[in-house]
Design a protein around this ligand. Sequence first.
Ligand code: FDA
Length: 395
Amino acid sequence: MNKDFDVVIIGAGAAGLMCAAQAGYRGRRVLVIDHAKQAGKKILISGGGRCNFTNMDVEPNNYICSNPHFVKSALSRYTQWDFLGLIAKYNVAYHERDFGQLFCDDSAKEIVRILMSECDAANVTVRLRTDIKRIEKVDSGFVVETPSMNYQCESVVIATGGLSMPKLGATPFGYQVAEQFGLPVFPTKAGLVPVTLHQQDKDALSELSGVSLPVRIESNDGTTFAADMLFTHRGLSGPVVLQISNYWLPGEALSINLLPNLDVTASLDEQKQQHPNQSLKNTLATWLPKRFVEVLLEQQKLTDKPLKQLQHKEIAQIINMLEAWQIKPNGTEGYRTAEVTLGGVDTNTISSKTMMCKTVPNLYFVGEVLDVSGWLGGYNFQWAWASGWAAGQDC
Ligand code: FDA
């Protein structure tokens, strides 16, 4: 059986629902199809259930994309202020946390409610629990085949997201469609993800599991982030580690300033003057978690002795150790816990204004399926809103 729509959007996530409402408001007959039993599943679990839906300060350099200019147009046409306008329309209370991150006061359900209400108001049809068998290009547009029905449409929008959290319904469907239509897809890998450690470091550090401390972390390419780092049973996590995971390459070490808010040289000197008999261990334990200091001593990264016995060379080594602790991850926790997927559909083949594929008219890609990944902090949802909005004006 066939049914006609103007636009079929695959994926009822952040980008797909935004796109659907926009196209619906333009008078397009829009169908959204998703295989999940619930729309916006990732939104619901995001931000610890409160959804970090955008950020006060959104810039193109908050995104990783092989074509760095690509994000500019969409981000400038649908900004964080536009999304806040939508939040205000539905009277959703929100608050700002560190680094300009905006969260719902109450629940991420409010964001899904907004998107579904917008789709409703724009007469969008949403079909959940529906698998896609095939998408075929025909003269008049496309045929989207599902087990129960074939849908004929002018435009198809792929909004199936990335590979992170397969349990929530993530699939490589979008990449497969890109390949079907001859579009290049950059290799994908887990992003915004905890890192795991080699056995020796894991054995030494796993007992610190649950301990968190503010650090500044640097990857080999010179990218730095400052925020909290958390020791876990498997390795390192916390916002700063998730951020740097987007820039870390296998085999490389991370350089971690364990005391980014302290002038270590001046403070050690002062302690040495005032408490010459105090041990290095006790001195450091006033600045860092005591157990962590003990681990550094056990690993012979530091040698304990009274401060007065420390020679200039030793002090320089201690400072170097504290300001550039080297740790080499052996991998990441992968898609199971990653918040995003790095890589994806090559943006060089997509119009930055409309998200339409340059070589296949009326085929659109929006959201995380594209080779666009944001920092932690609401940037990924802002990309989903902005790219979905851009396609929604055109599809
Ligand atoms: P999204 O993944 O939202 O939607 C894709 C949809 O396509 C899903 O509904 C899926 O079921 C459907 N689909 C997939 N394959 C299909 C197929 N074969 N057939 C039919 N349907 C299919 N970002 C942020 O900015 N702030 C935050 O607080 C967080 N927090 C967060 C927490 C966790 C745990 C995760 C995993 C991720 C985040 N993110 C985030 C990232 C954010 O969730 C993500 O970038 C956006 O949801 C991407 O939006 P999309 O619409 O592109 O994909």
